[in-house]
Design a binder for this molecule. Structure first.
Ligand SMILES: Cc1cc2nc3c(=O)[nH]c(=O)nc-3n(C[C@H](O)[C@H](O)[C@H](O)COP(=O)(O)OP(=O)(O)OC[C@H]3O[C@@H](n4cnc5c(N)ncnc54)[C@H](O)[C@@H]3O)c2cc1C
Length: 628
C-alpha cells in the first residue's frame, strides 16, 4: 500500500470518459449492410457503395452536425403581429433546418425515387440513403416523405387515362411534378399533407374544411397573383382549419375538404405560397394563416402548426367525393418512409449504444462489450432491428417493383409470382408502418438506458444525443395513422374486396420462401406454415368486429410471418452463422419446441452468440447440436 494519499477528483482532475466515436453507418452497421446485400443485386450493390458511403460520412460531418444542432436549438417561430399590432403572417425557420432541407433536395432523397436509375431496385437505393440520413436529418425527412407522396400522386393523376384534365390543369400539375422531383433547391418543391382536423385524424369523415368552385367572374374579381412557379391559382376557394400541418414551410400541399356536391371528402392540391399582387419577386401565403405552432415532445425543428385556410385557391384532384381513395397513393408512400425512418432512427440509436459500449468500462475494468448481461440486452434489440430492417426494405422493394412502367411478367428474386407484388404491398405497408414504429420507440428507450445517465441528457455532442432520437421517434407510431388505425386498415385489406387474392399472395409467397430459399438454411420452418394457416382461419372464421379487436395481434402475426421468412431466406443465402442465429431467435417466438431448446441452452453459449450479434467481430462461437 502506498503512503501517498490519492488525489481527490476535481473539475479538471480525475477520470474523464473518452468520447465514444460514432462511425459511418454505411460501414459499421452490419445489419444495414446485410439487408442491402440481401435485396440488391451485386452490380447495384457495388455501384452504389461509393456514393452511399460518402453520404454516410457527410451526414456525420462537422458541418452537418452543426446544422442539426442549430435546427434543434432554434425551433421555428411565427410572427403574427408587427410592433404596432397590425397582422403579419410569417413563419421563421432556422438556418440549420433550411440547409438540411436544401441538402436533402440536392442529394435527391425524393428525386432519386423518380429517376429510375436502378429499375425495380430504384426505391431500395433511395431508401438506403434515407436510412443513413434519419438520425441526422432534423426531421426534414417528414416534408420529404410528403413530397414523395405528392409526386407519386400527381404522376398518377397525369398518367390516368380515365381522368380528363384540361390543358391548364395539366400544365399546372406538370410544373408541380417537375418541381417535386427536382434536385435543384432553388426550383424544388416540398409538400404538406393536411388531413387531420380537430374532430379527428384517424377518421377524416368529419372534415369541416369546405371548398367552393369559383365562377369565372369571381376569379376575375379576386387576386390575380400566381403560384411561385408562375402557374395560375386554382378555381376552388377553400376555407377551414387544419389541426396539424407539419410542413408549414412547404411549397405546396395536398389536402382534404368537402364540396357542395358531396358530403364525402375530396382531394385538393394547392401551392402554399403565391407571388404578392404588388411585387412578383415577393411571396406570401396563399390564403393560409398559421395560428400557432405545436409545442411538441420531439421533432422540435419541424414547423408543425395549426392553420386557418381562408380563400386558399386550389385544384381538385380526381373525382369529387373520392378524396379518401384518391389520397391513398400518398399514404402508401409516406408509410414506407415512416417504416424506413423507424429503422433508420433505431439504427442510429444502436450505433450510439455500440460506440458507448466500446469505450465505457464497468465491473472494475471491463468494457461494456465484455459484460454479458449488458450485451444480452443489446443483442435482443439488434435481433429486433435486423428483422425490422428486412421488413421495411421488403416493402420498399415491393413499392419499387409496382412502380415500373412495364410491370414485370417474370418472377423476380423473392417474388416468384408477379401477381403477388401489389397484394403484398397493400397488405404489408400498414403492417410494416405499425410494427417498425413500435420497435423504434421500444428500442430507442433501451438505447438511452444503455448509456446510463448520459442517455437521458440532451448532449452537446449532437451525434450522440440518443435522447433526441428517442423523442423524435415517439411520433412514428402516431402520425400517418396510429397502430390501431394500421390494424384496422389491415383488416380492411383482409376482409374487403380482393381479400381472397391478398391471402393467396401471402400463402403463395410464404410457401415459396419456405420451399425455395429458407429450406436450404436447414431451418425447420413448420411454425411458419402453421401461422399462415392460422391467419387464414382467423380471416375466414372471425367477423370484422372481432378482427378489429384483435388487430394488434393480427399485425404481430403477419409481421412475424414475413419477417421470419425473410430472415430465414437471408440465412440460407450464405449460411452466415449470425444470420442463422437471428433467424432462429425470431422463429423461436412462435415455435414452442425451438423456444424450449433455446431456453435450456447453456448461458455462456447464448452469451457468445449475443456478443457475435452485437459486435460481429468473429468472436468464436461454438457449434452446437440442436433441432435445426
Ligand atoms: C408532430 C405531429 C405532426 C403531425 N403532422 C401532420 C400533418 O402534417 N398532417 C396531418 O394531416 N396530420 C398530422 N399529424 C396528425 C396525426 O396524423 C394525427 O394526430 C393522427 O392521425 C391521430 O389523429 P388524432 O390526433 O385526431 O387522434 P384520434 O383520431 O382522435 O385518435 C385518438 C386515439 O383513438 C384511437 N382510434 C381512433 N380511431 C380508431 C379506430 N378506428 N380503431 C381503434 N382506435 C382508434 C387512435 O389509435 C388514438 O389512440 C401530426 C401529428 C403530430 C403529433
Amino acid at each position: 500500500m502506498s503512503n501517498v494519499a490519492p488525489i481527490p477528483s476535481s473539475a479538471s482532475h480525475g477520470f474523464f470518459q473518452a468520447k465514444p466515436k460514432l462511425e459511418n453507418q454505411f460501414h459499421e452497421d452490419s445489419s444495414y449492410s446485410r439487408t442491402l446485400d440481401f435485396f440488391l443485386p451485386t452490380a447495384i450493390r457495388q455501384s452504389t457503395a461509393g456514393p452511399l458511403a460518402q453520404f454516410g460520412a457527410k451526414v456525420l460531418s462537422p458541418q452537418f452536425l452543426l446544422w442539426l444542432q442549430n435546427a434543434e436549438q432554434q425551433p421555428p417561430t411565427l410572427v403574427l403581429r408587427n410592433s404596432f399590432g397590425s397582422p403579419r403572417n410569417e413563419l421563421v425557420t432556422s438556418e440549420g433546418w433550411r440547409c438540411s432541407q436544401d441538402f436533402a433536395l440536392r442529394e435527391g432523397l425524393v428525386a432519386s425515387g423518380y429517376e429510375n436509375a436502378h429499375g425495380v431496385h430504384t426505391r431500395l437505393v433511395q431508401f438506403a440513403k434515407i436510412h443513413l440520413f434519419c438520425g441526422s436529418s432534423s426531421s426534414v425527412t417528414c416534408p420529404a416523405a410528403m413530397q414523395d407522396g405528392a409526386a407519386k400522386l400527381i404522376r398518377a393523376q397525369l398518367r390516368d387515362p380515365s381522368l380528363v384534365l384540361d390543358g391548364k390543369t395539366r400544365a399546372v400539375l406538370e410544373s408541380a411534378y417537375k418541381r417535386l422531383t427536382s434536385r435543384d433547391p432553388s426550383q424544388a418543391w416540398t409538400s404538406g399533407q393536411w388531413m387531420t382536423e380537430r374532430p379527428g385524424g384517424s377518421d377524416v369523415s368529419a372534415t369541416e374544411t369546405r371548398a367552393k368552385l369559383l365562377s369565372e367572374a369571381e376569379i376575375q374579381r379576386g387576386s390575380q397573383a400566381v403560384a411561385t412557379d408562375g402557374s395560375p391559382l386554382g378555381p376552388w376557394s377553400v376555407d377551414g382549419f387544419k389541426w396539424f400541418s407539419s410542413a408549414t414551410d412547404a411549397n405546396m400541399s395536398v389536402f382534404l375538404a368537402k364540396t357542395a356536391a358531396s358530403d364525402r371528402v375530396s382531394l385538393f392540391f394547392a401551392p402554399v405560397r403565391r407571388n404578392t399582387d404588388c411585387d412578383a419577386s415577393l411571396t406570401e401565403f396563399n390564403g393560409v394563416f398559421p395560428q400557432r405552432l405545436k409545442n411538441k415532445l420531439g421533432t422540435k425543428a419541424l414547423p408543425t402548426a395549426e392553420l386557418e385556410l381562408k380563400g386558399m385557391r386550389a385544384y381538385l384532384l380526381g373525382k369529387e367525393g373520392s378524396g379518401t381513395k384518391e389520397i391513398s397513393p400518398v399514404l402508401n408512400v409516406t408509410r414506407v418512409h415512416n417504416a424506413i425512418g423507424s429503422v433508420g432512427g433505431l439504427g442510429r440509436g444502436l450505433a450510439i449504444s455500440r460506440a458507448f459500449a466500446r469505450v465505457r468500462r464497468a465491473l472494475g475494468s471491463r468494457l461494456l462489450t465484455d459484460v454479458p448481461a449488458h450485451v444480452r440486452g443489446m443483442a435482443h434489440q439488434h435481433v429486433e432491428y435486423r428483422g425490422h430492417n428486412m421488413m421495411a426494405f421488403f416493402v420498399a422493394y415491393l413499392l419499387g417493383i409496382t412502380e415500373q412502367d412495364e410491370p414485370s411478367t417474370k418472377s423476380l428474386p423473392l417474388v416468384a409470382s408477379p401477381s403477388w407484388t401489389s397484394h403484398l404491398l397493400r397488405l404489408l405497408t400498414p403492417v410494416a408502418k405499425a410494427m417498425t414504429a413500435l420497435a423504434a420507440v421500444d428500442g430507442l428507450r433501451f438505447c438511452m438506458e444503455s448509456l446510463g445517465g448520459l442517455g437521458f441528457l440532451e448532449n452537446e455532442d449532437v451525434e450522440l444525443n440518443v435522447a433526441k432520437v428517442f423523442r423524435d421517434a415517439n411520433v412514428l407510431p402516431i402520425w400517418e395513422g396510429t397502430t390501431d388505425v394500421m390494424a384496422a386498415d389491415t383488416v380492411r385489406v383482409l376482409k374487403g374486396r380482393g381479400a381472397k387474392e391478398v391471402l393467396e399472395a401471402l400463402n403463395g409467397w410464404t410457401n415459396s420462401i419456405i420451399a425455395n430459399e429458407a429450406a436450404s438454411a436447414g431451418l425447420d420452418l413448420k411454425a411458419l406454415s402453421t401461422e399462415v394457416k392460422l391467419v387464414g382461419e382467423w380471416i375466414r372464421e372471425k367477423d370484422v368486429p372481432e378482427l378489429l379487436y384483435r388487430g394488434r395481434e393480427l399485425l404481430e402475426r403477419l409481421n412475424w410471418i414475413v419477417t421470419t421468412s425473410l430472415l430465414a431466406a437471408d440465412a440460407a443465402r450464405d449460411g452466415d452463422a449470425v444470420a442463422m442465429e437471428v433467424a432462429r431467435r425470431w422463429l423461436a417466438r412462435r415455435d414452442k419446441s425451438l423456444a424450449e431448446s433455446l431456453a435450456v441452452q447453456p448461458w455462456e453459449e447464448r452469451a457468445r452468440w449475443d456478443r457475435e450479434i452485437v459486435c460481429g467481430e468473429g468472436a468464436k462461437v461454438e457449434t452446437r447440436s440442436s433441432k435445426m
